[in-house]
Design a protein around this ligand. Sequence first.
Ligand SMILES: [Fe+2]
Ligand SMILES: [Fe+2]
Length: 184
Amino acid sequence: MSKKIKQIKQLIKKECEKNNLDEFYRYHLLEVEKNALKLLNKLPEANNELVMLAVWLHDLQRIRQLEGDHQQVGVREAEKVMEEYNFSSENILLVKDIIHSHSCAGLTPTTLEGQILATADAMSHYTSDFFLWIATRGERNLEEYKEWALEKLDRNYNKKIFFSFAKKAIQKRHDALMQLLESK
Ligand SMILES: [Fe+2]
Ligand SMILES: [Fe+2]
């Protein structure tokens, strides 16, 4: 990991701590990092640095608890951080492009790096206690929770995972969660 990316990871960790988002850091961001590294291992032609920057900067709208569109505000905040760290305007543009489509709701990533982030983002929901964590936060009643989780699982599985080997890796967990949530 380059020095600048290490520093940005620390910055994001601190911002999460400050905003009471330690669990988001642990259950989501660290899992996205772990899955992105696995994907990069299998896809060595991708630009590692751009993907890892996008890993740390893709959810800044949530981390900074800002109003507005998750992706558009996220792109704006990511740009500010990258400018502070003196990244080239070319790299800033490329990372903004990766972040802009990471939710795969409307926009779809067209670059390999964008597809890696979207896939790692989706995989993180399977490789951690993400769904149990959200279920125990008391934000939704059971019916609301099931509806929310089923929609998220559907989008994760059908729209955000771009590589068949990645789909295979989370298949069992996806099926188990679907079975649990669809049961009456
Ligand atoms: Fe996001
Ligand atoms: Fe995310």
